[in-house]
Ligand binder design. Structure first.
Ligand code: NDP
Length: 332
């Protein structure tokens, strides 16, 4: 197969706001090394984590082609052993770096063939976000039927999927979301209580959570908003409860004196998806589970919009401005 020498990508040379994203049309197409595959990306996912690498909250070498996931077709297999038997032409999903691009050299160990019958859009609207959600609900804190769960940003890319997974487990879900449309969306997923934490009435969401849990508080809080919600999350978690801090949408949790956890014997977890899918076995376990949920229709996806690659900066701005629900995708 003859491949082009150059391609279109979105990269950053320095940290900053969305304006540092550069759309380039002359970036070299990489050659896959041992353990890698060259994938022609059909769709690339936008995740909040991309904004952390852009802003510098998470350090990474620059220049950097942003993006952590895509679906596409294998166009070349790197030299050497091919333990997962990938072939040119396979339709795959992958996790790695550099997906805001037409072609990416990706790690074979974090690539998986997509079963027939599941569309690209469905896979990518739930790949990084869905795997995160499954690991959070099953490993970080194994949620049990009947437990009270507080989930912040429940209408977002991860939140939309998490609400469904929690309800399937049989948890009682309290979601927070900004604005009436987002609230209606989360309610439509079966959440028991949804609070518009940006409204006048919902601003005191701590009081409301205490009320609906009969003053007990929740068994677990899933908090990806962090800076703005952290103190409230600590207040509404019940005695012996757990707070799962898994993102920084409003900024990271400020430096913490661990002694504040002792009065209620609270546990705090700070998980990261890649820590749960390090081995091939773990990666396949969770991707199989995700594909089964998608295939059976048990997990619905929601795509806010598919942006052209050249509009990656606009997509990140929309995400950070809290204008979106569900997942944002890029079409290279
Ligand atoms: P979302 O689509 O959920 O977007 C973030 C949402 O956070 C916004 O829509 C907004 O919803 C809410 N929010 C609250 N305060 C702010 C603020 N100050 N600025 C911007 N948004 C705010 O993004 P993703 O689905 O991509 O990610 C969700 C979270 O999960 C992120 O924090 C991300 O870092 C984390 N994550 C962590 C992973 C891990 O491995 N630990 C893996 C994947 C995601 P609203 O308007 O309703 O408040």
């Amino acid at each position: 197969m003859s491949l082009p020498k150059t391609q279109k990508v979105v990269l950053i040379e320095k940290t900053g706001g969305p304006e540092v994203l550069q759309y380039r049309t002359d970036y070299p197409v990489p050659t896959p090394k041992e353990g890698q595959l060259l994938v022609k990306n059909h769709l690339s996912g936008i995740n909040f984590i991309d904004t952390y690498f852009r802003s510098g909250l998470y350090p990474s070498p620059k220049p950097e082609v942003l993006g952590r996931e895509a679906v596409g077709t294998i166009v070349a297999v790197g030299p050497g052993p091919n333990p997962y038997n990938f072939q040119v032409g396979d339709r795959v999903a992958w996790l790695g770096t550099g997906s805001y691009s037409e072609y990416t050299a990706v790690p074979a160990a974090k690539t998986v063939k997509i079963p027939n019958g599941i569309e690209d859009e469905k896979v990518l609207a739930s790949l990084l976000s869905g795997l995160t959600v499954l690991t959070l609900a099953k490993e970080t804190y194994p949620v049990k039927k009947g437990e009270w769960v507080l989930l912040h940003a429940a209408a977002g890319g991860a939140g939309y999927l998490m609400t469904q997974v929690l309800k399937q487990i049989g948890a009682k879900v309290i979601g927070t979301a900004g604005g009436p449309e987002k609230v209606a969306l989360v309610k439509s997923l079966g959440a028991d209580v949804v609070i518009d934490y940006r409204s006048e009435e919902g601003k005191d969401w701590v009081k409301k959570v205490k009320e609906v849990t009969g003053g007990q508080g929740v068994d677990v809080v899933y908090d990806s908003v962090a800076k703005d919600t952290w103190e409230g999350s600590l207040e509404v978690v019940k005695r012996k409860g757990t707070i799962v801090w898994f993102g920084n949408a409003s900024g990271p949790v400020p430096p913490l004196n661990l002694a504040i956890l002792s009065p209620k014997c609270v546990k705090v977890a700070r998980p990261m998806l890649f820590g749960y899918i390090q081995t091939r076995e773990e990666f396949e376990f969770y991707t199989n589970e995700l594909f089964n949920l998608l295939k059976s229709g048990q997990l619905k996806v929601r795509i806010h919009k598919i942006y052209p690659l050249a509009e990656a900066a606009q997509a990140q701005s929309d995400l950070e401005a809290r204008k979106t629900t569900g997942k944002l995708l890029l079409r290279p």
